[in-house]
Design a binder for this molecule. Sequence first.
Ligand code: HEM
Length: 146
Amino acid sequence: MELLQSIYPWIKAGHVIFVIFWMAGLFMMPRFYVYHQEADPGSPEEARWVDREAKLRKIILTPSLVMVWVFGILAATAMGWWGQGWLHAKLLFVLGLSGYHGWLVGYGKKLARGQRPYSGKALRLLNEVPGLAAVVIVILVVVKPF
Ligand code: HEM
């Protein structure tokens, strides 16, 4: 525990770095899906989007999700904050964001199989989810209102 406290600024820096990477991936992926759906089914253009989506998922999105959780859990443990109301509320929104991440991964796999369940307009609307969640999460963690 003392070691965790002594490296706390590094833990927080790691947390914020991976938060940025994760959010960037969450903002990019639905845009990729919109462009993907504008390509003709079975075309080489569509194959390129499947490849780009797989790379974004494997290189940025999923590793960042894991690292945000690891550093976040270490930070809360180091400071003994598990009983705090703001952290509970934050975790609720972070769980929601992790669920959105899971939905995005599932949607990408459907697209790769040739299915296109949602319209471009619906995808553009869903693209607002991570932004709204980030506003609430950052206020909770910085202001700590309760
Ligand atoms: C995955 C679960 C997460 C846990 C357990 C967690 C926990 C924490 C903890 C304990 C801190 C330190 C707060 C302080 O030093 O005052 C922190 C900082 C921070 N977290 Fe998280 N977090 C998580 C996910 C997220 C997500 C998804 C975002 C953004 C969308 C986020 C954004 C931030 C920011 C911006 C800070 C820096 C706040 C500051 O420097 O005052 N966190 N987090």
